[in-house]
Design a binder for this molecule. Structure first.
Ligand SMILES: [Zn+2]
Length: 319
């Protein structure tokens, strides 16, 4: 069970938001230890972060390092629900056995085939929609099997066969045949395999150092740090609509929120985001993790690159 497998950037984002440290964990000492020993950022005052931010950073680092810390974290299993918007029901994210699997590369540009909007719009009740979507799915799948048997697994690459397929679906469900293979636009890149230059690390470290410096160049921010450390740490309060409770004098709500928003922006964008970026490329540039960890998080092996790959129709159904 100590095998390591690959995940995509998108899945990495998903899993890092699904793990947290136990509430009673002595995270502050650990962060100070980690940061001063790691020396990544030469941080004098790790306590500029709120407890939530420290927890977030430490957990992220633990995942990247696949470290012992991960054993004591709380895993929240990923559970993806079927939205009834796609021909293939959505499933939990995969991990890949093969580094060369097309699904983890940035040039992999296929999103799932949609159930046509015009079809979905016909049904208003949730239950009715589910039944109708299932009818569509079953027919789609049956037709794929029929085409696979008749023309072999490669028929999808043939425009004639493809339009013949679309024609059948179109006639059966009274939808435009141009909608049959409709997909979502590609959003973020899918690749988790990085090619890194040392320059990247130097550049990111410089960004982090600059972020810290810029926290202190502003007199108002410096003042808040010296006079009201608790507020400085809780900079996220600047974005809240409600009034800030506690002693904020001599500042007005408006002033203190403005200053906190400035602090928070630097913390989030230039320090926390860049630290995470650094952990990622320093400790797990390829996004390769223990299978046990991945399974605990609810990930499943990718059919495309599994050693005992699924049958052809399963493959085509996932198009
Ligand atoms: Zn794969």
């Amino acid at each position: 069970m100590n095998d390591k497998y690959y995940i995509t950037e998108a899945t990495f984002k998903q899993i890092t938001s699904k793990v947290e440290l136990p509430k009673d964990f002595q995270f502050k000492d650990t962060l100070i230890w980690e940061l001063s020993n790691g020396g990544e950022i030469g941080l004098d005052n790790p306590v500029i972060f709120s407890d939530v931010e420290i927890r977030d950073l430490l957990t992220f680092k633990a995942i990247c390092k696949d470290s012992n810390l991960l054993n004591i974290t709380v895993f929240k299993e990923i559970q993806v629900a079927d939205s009834y918007r796609y021909v293939a029901p959505e499933k939990n994210p995969c991990y890949h056995l093969d580094k060369d699997c097309e699904k983890i590369h940035a040039d992999y540009d296929l999103t799932p085939i949609k159930i046509p909007e015009v079809y979905i719009e016909r049904y208003s009740g949730e239950e009715e929609l589910k039944i109708k979507v299932n009818e569509y799915r079953v027919y789609f799948r049956t037709l794929i099997n029929e085409f696979n048997t008749k023309y072999g697994g490669e028929w999808i690459d043939d425009e004639n066969h493809k339009s013949q397929f679309a024609g059948r679906i179109s006639a059966k469900f009274k939808i435009p045949d141009t909608d049959v293979f409709d997909r979502d636009e590609i959003g973020a890149k899918n690749s988790g395999v990085h090619n890194l230059l040392n320059d990247d690390v130097v550049y990111i470290k410089k960004d982090i150092t600059d972020g810290f410096k810029s926290l202190w160049v502003d007199e108002e921010r410096k003042k808040i740090w010296h006079e009201k450390k608790w507020l400085f740490r809780q900079s996220c309060l600047g974005n809240k609509k409600e009034d800030i409770y506690g002693d904020i004098a001599p500042y007005s709500q408006e002033d203190v929120k403005r200053i906190l928003r400035g602090i928070h922006l630097i913390k989030r964008n230039s320090i926390i985001a860049q630290l995470k970026h650094l952990y990622h490329i320093q400790y797990c540039p390829e996004l390769k993790f223990n299978e046990e960890t991945l399974q605990k998080l609810g990930l499943r092996p990718c059919w495309n690159c599994a050693r005992f790959a699924g049958s052809g129709d399963a493959a085509y159904f996932q198009l």
